[in-house]
Design a protein around this ligand. Structure first.
Ligand SMILES: C[S@@+](CC[C@H](N)C(=O)[O-])C[C@H]1O[C@@H](n2cnc3c(N)ncnc32)[C@H](O)[C@@H]1O
Length: 239
């Protein structure tokens, strides 16, 4: 038999699997975005029904959640810590840690990381030894006032009064949306800052940037490295 030696284009499989879209379901994305914005400005409206629905939704997704891990998925947080000039020390509270995809980045940066999850199945699918896992509701953090150097939310809701209560005077709230305004649990940089100023502490300022496929916002109280006094532009503008 004659071998075919003609030049061909050979395509190998991608070296890293492409990230799975977080929510191909637009209705689900819109529903979560509406809820997230409502919670940012009206955290007291978070009730038992909301909590139960959120828990059900993410308990169901827990088994396959780790398949979202991809360098693009981790990049916006890494950039937020670096360009957001987050001090590499102290206690970090990771809100809505899921299965811990972002936790190694935080463990490399802070002295200690406590992972808060409302969905038990997410914690069950978190590799052992990744931070200190706590089944709790971020709307009522089980911590004393001003103990955290950072509160980090990657695609997780913002409860402004509670985060302001727990955040150290010189601490930072870090909000990351891994797919920018396409992220289902999304709070725009402008809404992040406005909610923190209105419901947390009027001295909050923030820095924001796009990073790879995502966006991030780092908010601090005045005199602690906050560089933007006015709400930053909404990333939806100009897209
Ligand atoms: C979109 S997932 C993001 C998971 C993880 N941060 C990541 O980057 O892969 C949002 C997570 O926030 C959790 N969550 C939502 N509301 C919460 C609350 N009130 N308290 C604690 N966790 C919450 C959900 O259970 C879910 O696991």
């Amino acid at each position: 038999m004659k071998m075919d030696l003609s030049p061909r284009l050979v395509t190998l499989a991608p070296a890293a699997p492409l990230p799975e879209p977080e929510s191909p379901d637009r209705a689900a994305r819109d529903e979560l975005q509406t809820l997230t914005k409502r919670l940012a400005y009206d955290p007291a409206s978070w009730g038992e029904e909301d909590r139960a629905a959120m828990t059900r939704r993410f308990d169901r997704l827990a088994e396959s959640w780790a398949t979202r891990d991809h360098p693009d998925y981790r990049y916006p947080l890494a950039d937020a810590l670096a360009r957001g000039e987050i001090a590499p020390r102290g206690l970090c509270i990771e809100v809505g840690s899921g299965t811990g995809i972002q936790t190694p980045t935080l463990l490399d940066h802070f002295d200690a990381v406590i992972c808060i999850e409302v969905a038990e199945q997410m914690l069950r699918h978190t590799p052992e030894g990744l931070g200190i896992a706590l089944l709790a509701d971020a709307a009522q953090l089980p911590f004393r006032d001003r103990c955290a150097a950072a509160i980090v939310c990657v695609n997780a809701p913002l409860f402004a009064p509670e985060y302001a209560r727990v955040l150290a005077s010189d601490g930072a709230v870090v909000v990351v949306s891994t797919r920018g305004a396409e992220t289902p649990i999304f709070i725009s940089p402008a809404d992040t800052l406005a909610a923190l100023q209105r419901l947390g502490d009027p001295t909050f300022g923030a820095t924001t940037a796009r990073a790879g496929p995502g966006t991030w916002t780092v908010a601090r109280r005045a005199g602690n490295g906050a560089r933007v006094a006015e709400p930053p532009p909404d990333p939806k503008d100009g897209q």
